[in-house]
Design a protein around this ligand. Structure first.
Ligand code: SF4
Length: 234
């Protein structure tokens, strides 16, 4: 399957969907958006990361703000940082470099093996939910398709504390992402915003004043009960 341009969905949508399907629907179906302090700080951090100077060295090239695309999954987005790490024959987990430019005369500068390592920047702390992991995994899947090379690891840089968490893009995480993507596509086709499931995520949610989780959860319940009562009376 190869998705057409008009059917592509942003990787950020998958992250929103993992956090809360209602938040996803408010943003991506209803086109509503509301920043809070956390999201504003996040935008500033991403801008800084993307604008930083590209770094390179004999064994490392760093690309910032790299555009991503997977026609197979129907996803597009932007990676904060992708590290291209040079490897050598027999070294694991490095892979033959398909884009190796054989026209270059400087053999020392030609990479035979490489490892591709996406890094996503987050201003806050590691979280209980898996949205950051889904986002990184989706980036890795896009890079695999674009560069025809396995991407088995990446990292999330958390601002608090300032450290990288290395993430294995293993079968379990890939299966979670594929299932989430399937569910998100179904809801996209349905075009309906699900009722709120008020929970601990609501405290950090930028959409809470639009969502009104307690009020909408109650009204969804009332709506269901009213319909069930009407059905029972018929
Ligand atoms: S406030 Fe809660 S239920 Fe509403 S969109 Fe945010 S996380 Fe979801």
């Amino acid at each position: 399957m190869s998705y057409r341009d008009q059917d592509l969905l942003p990787i950020a949508a998958l992250q929103h969907f993992c956090f809360c399907p209602r938040q996803w629907a408010l943003i991506h179906l209803e086109q509503q958006w509301q920043d809070n302090l956390l999201t504003s700080q996040g935008h500033i951090l991403h801008e800084r990361v993307h604008e930083a100077q590209e770094e390179s060295g004999p064994d490392l090239r760093v690309s910032r703000g790299l555009k991503l695309l997977s026609r197979r999954l129907g996803l597009y987005g932007v990676a904060d940082v992708v590290e291209f790490q040079r490897g050598f024959a027999g070294q694991s987990p490095y892979y033959p470099c398909p884009s190796n430019d054989s026209s270059r005369s400087d053999r020392e500068d030609r990479w035979q093996y490489w490892r591709i390592f996406p890094v996503e920047y987050k201003r806050g702390r590691p979280k209980v939910h898996r949205a950051d992991h889904w986002q990184l995994c989706a980036q890795g899947l896009c890079l695999e398709e674009m560069l025809n090379t396995p991407v088995l690891q990446g990292a999330i840089f958390y601002g608090q504390p300032r450290r990288r968490e290395v993430v294995c893009l293993d079968e379990r995480l890939r299966a979670e992402v594929n299932k989430g993507l399937e569910e998100m596509r179904c809801m996209w086709e349905l075009g309906q915003t699900p009722p709120a499931q008020a929970g601990s995520s609501c405290r950090a949610c930028s959409m809470s004043s639009l969502c009104l989780p307690k009020a909408s959860a109650k009204s969804a319940l009332r709506y269901l009960r009213r319909n069930l009562t009407q059905l029972a009376e018929q």
